[in-house]
Design a protein around this ligand. Structure first.
Ligand code: 16G
Ligand code: MG
Length: 548
C-alpha cells in the first residue's frame, strides 16, 4: 500500500484547519477544551491512532470522543492502547506535538513521526472510534475517522458508547473474542449473564432491597443503563433520572454529587436510606449516595467502593482456599479514614500513586488481584493471568471459586466502568445482606475539603511522593507541614490540576471546622508563595477572600 502524506495536509487544509494558536496538551486523560477548537486536534488524533496501530502490528487502537464530566460546551479525546490501557506515556508528548504543529508543517511532522518510530506505513492499521452524546461529538468523530482514512487505515465507528465500552471493544477485538465479543450486544451479554448468574433468584437479602435510583448525568451512561434494563430480566429495579433531557453533567452526575456533596437535580422523593448512584458523562466514574432520616446527604465514594470490594474479595479468597496477593491502590485524595481501615482492619497492602487512572492501573498490575479506585469513583479490579488460572482450576471442586469466576466476568477490567462497578457493588451488598447504613458503618470518613486557586503558572508547583510532597516553590512544603502540625489528624497537600488551569488544595482534619480552617491556611500559603491571581480561594460552594 502506498501512502501519500500530501493527503494528510490536503485534508487538514480543506476540512480541519487549525483555528486556535493556544497550545494544547495531552493531559491526565487526553485533550479537553471548547469543542469549537477541537476539529483539527481530532483529525490529527485519527492520524496518530493509525500510526500507533501500525507500530503495534495492526492491533486495534481506540479513540473516544468525550469530555467526561466537563460541561456541555467542552469536548475531548482519549486514546486507548491495545490492551485497553491509556495511551502509553511516551506517546503523550508525540500527541501533544502533533496537535500543536501548524497546518503547513503537518506533512513534514507526520513524516518525522514515521521515521523516528520506524513505522511501516504500508502495514495494516485498525482504529475503533466512539463518542458521547454531546451535540458536537458526531462532527468531531467524523474528524477522527477522516484522520484514519487520510492514512488509509481501517476505521470502525461504534457511535454513542460509554468510554469503558470502547475500552472493552478494543480488548475484545485484540484478544480475538477471548474477553468477549467486540459489539454492544457482546458487552451487555457478558455483564448481564454474570450479574444474573450471581444474583439467581435471590433478589433481596437481609437489609438489602432491590431498588435503586440511577443518576445518568444526562450523558451516555443514562442511555446505556436503559439498554441494560431492557435486556435484564427484572433482576435489578432501577429508576433512571437525568436520562438526557437536560444538559450533560449540569447539576447532576458523579462529579457534581462528589464535589458539591449534594443530591443531583431531578431527584424524586424517596424514602430515607434509598440507595442512589451517580455516574459521570461518559460513565467511567461512579459514586453512591443517600439521604438519612434527618435529611442529611451522605456520600459513599470511590474509597467506599474500594473497601467494600477488597473486603469481599479477601473473604472469597479464604473461602476458595487460595493464596493470592491482593493490593489496593489509592491516590492522595483517598480519605485517611479509608486508608486506616484498609491497613488496620482489612489488613490489605495499600499503595498510593499520583492522580489519574493510568497510574493506578499500572500499580494494580503488580498484584495477583489489584483493586484500584480514586475517591472520585474512577476504578476497577484487575486479575493477573496467574490468578485467573488458579481460580479456574479451583472452580472444578470449590463452588466459591465458581462464584469468583462470575465476579471476574462482571468486572470490566480494561478500565473503570461505572455500570459494571455498580453491578458489582449491588452483587456484594446483596450477598452481605447490607443496606447503605451497614456499608457506611464500616469506617468513618474524616471531614475533608478541596479548594481551587488560580495562579499565574500552575507548573511552578511540582510534587513528589505521589503528589503528597511539594518540591517547588521552595519553602511551600515546610510552611504546609508547620500549619498541618497544629491540627488533630490533619493532612493537606497541593498539586497542579491536570485538567484545569488551577492549583488544587486538599485538606482533612478531625472536625469540619478544623478542616475548613486548615484548607484556607494552606490555600493562602499557595496564594502567597505560588503567585496567586485574583483575590479569592475557590471553594465548591462559595469563594473566600485570600489572606484572611
Ligand atoms: C481525569 C482523570 C481522573 C483524575 C482527574 C483529575 C482518567 C481517565 N481521568 O479526569 O482519573 O482523577 O483527571 O483531575 O485518568 P485534576 O488533575 O484536574 O485534578
Ligand atoms: Mg469520565
Amino acid at each position: 500500500m502506498s501512502i501519500n502524506l500530501r493527503t494528510v495536509y490536503a485534508f487538514a487544509r480543506e476540512m480541519y484547519p487549525k483555528n486556535s494558536s493556544t497550545p494544547v496538551q495531552y493531559g491526565t486523560a487526553g485533550f479537553r477544551g471548547r469543542a469549537e477548537f477541537l476539529d483539527s486536534v481530532m483529525y490529527r488524533m485519527g492520524v496518530l491512532a493509525t500510526l500507533r496501530s501500525r507500530i503495534r502490528g495492526g492491533a486495534v487502537i481506540g479513540v473516544m470522543v468525550t469530555a467526561s464530566h466537563n460541561p456541555e460546551p467542552d469536548n475531548g479525546v482519549k486514546l486507548i492502547d491495545p490492551k485497553g490501557e491509556m495511551l502509553e506515556a511516551s506517546w503523550e508528548s508525540i500527541a501533544t506535538d502533533l496537535a500543536n504543529v501548524e497546518d503547513s508543517e503537518l506533512e513534514a511532522h507526520v513524516a518525522k513521526i514515521i521515521s523516528d518510530n520506524k513505522i511501516d506505513v504500508g502495514s495494516s492499521s485498525n482504529v475503533f472510534v466512539g463518542m458521547d452524546n454531546r451535540y458536537h461529538s458526531p462532527r468531531l468523530l467524523k474528524a477522527v475517522a477522516d484522520g484514519v482514512i487520510a492514512l488509509k487505515g481501517n476505521v470502525r465507528e461504534f457511535g454513542i458508547v460509554t468510554t469503558p465500552m470502547l475500552h472493552f471493544f478494543v480488548v475484545a477485538a485484540n484478544t480475538r473474542g477471548a474477553y468477549g465479543q467486540p459489539t454492544e450486544e457482546g458487552y451487555y451479554r457478558k455483564l448481564i449473564t454474570a450479574f444474573e448468574t450471581l444474583r439467581g433468584d435471590k433478589l433481596e437479602n437481609g437489609n438489602y432491597r432491590n431498588k435503586l435510583i440511577f443518576d445518568g448525568a444526562n450523558g451516555v451512561g443514562a442511555r446505556k443503563m436503559l439498554q441494560f434494563l431492557k435486556r435484564m430480566h427484572n433482576s435489578l429495579q432501577v429508576e433512571v433520572i437525568n436520562k438526557g433531557d437536560g444538559k450533560i453533567n449540569e447539576n447532576c452526575g458523579a462529579d457534581h454529587v462528589k464535589v458539591k456533596q449534594a443530591v443531583p437535580i431531578g431527584m424524586p422523593i424517596v424514602e430515607p436510606y434509598t440507595r442512589c448512584v451517580s455516574v459521570d458523562g461518559d460513565a467511567d466514574r461512579v459514586v453512591y449516595f443517600f439521604t438519612d432520616d434527618a435529611g442529611h446527604f451522605r456520600l459513599l465514594d470511590g474509597d467506599r467502593i474500594a473497601t467494600l470490594v477488597a473486603d469481599y474479595l479477601m473473604d472469597m479468597l479464604k473461602r476458595c482456599d487460595l493464596d493470592l496477593s491482593m493490593g489496593l491502590v489509592q491516590t492522595a485524595y483517598a480519605n485517611g479514614g479509608s486508608t486506616d481501615y484498609i491497613a488496620n482492619t482489612l489488613k490489605v497492602p495499600v499503595a498510593c500513586v499520583p492522580t489519574g487512572v493510568k497510574h493506578l492501573h499500572h500499580k494494580a498490575l503488580q498484584y495477583d488481584i489489584g483493586v484500584y479506585f480514586e475517591a472520585n469513583g474512577h476504578g476497577t479490579i484487575i486479575f493477573s493471568d496467574n490468578a485467573k488460572c488458579l481460580i479456574k482450576a479451583q472452580s472444578e471442586t470449590n463452588p466459591n471459586a465458581k462464584i469468583l469466576l462470575q465476579i471476574i466476568d462482571l468486572i470490566n477490567e480494561t478500565v473503570g466502568d461505572a455500570i459494571s462497578d455498580m453491578l458489582l457493588v449491588e452483587t456484594i451488598l446483596n450477598s452481605k445482606g447490607w443496606d447503605v447504613k451497614d456499608w457506611l458503618a464500616t469506617y468513618d470518613d474524616l471531614p475533608n475539603l478541596q479548594l481551587k486557586i488560580k495562579v499565574q503558572d500552575r507548573n511552578v508547583i511540582t510534587t513528589t511522593d505521589a503528589e503528597r510532597v511539594c518540591v517547588t516553590p521552595v519553602g511551600l512544603q515546610e510552611a504546609i507541614d508547620k500549619v498541618v502540625s497544629n491540627y488533630k489528624r490533619g493532612r493537606a497537600f497541593v498539586r497542579p490540576s491536570g485538567t484545569e488551569d488551577v492549583v488544587r488544595v486538599y485538606a482533612e482534619a478531625a472536625t469540619k471546622d478544623e478542616t475548613e480552617s486548615l484548607a484556607y491556611e494552606v490555600g493562602n500559603l499557595v496564594h502567597q508563595l505560588a503567585g496567586g491571581v485574583g483575590p479569592e480561594l475557590i471553594h465548591p460552594g462559595k469563594t473566600i477572600s485570600a489572606h484572611i
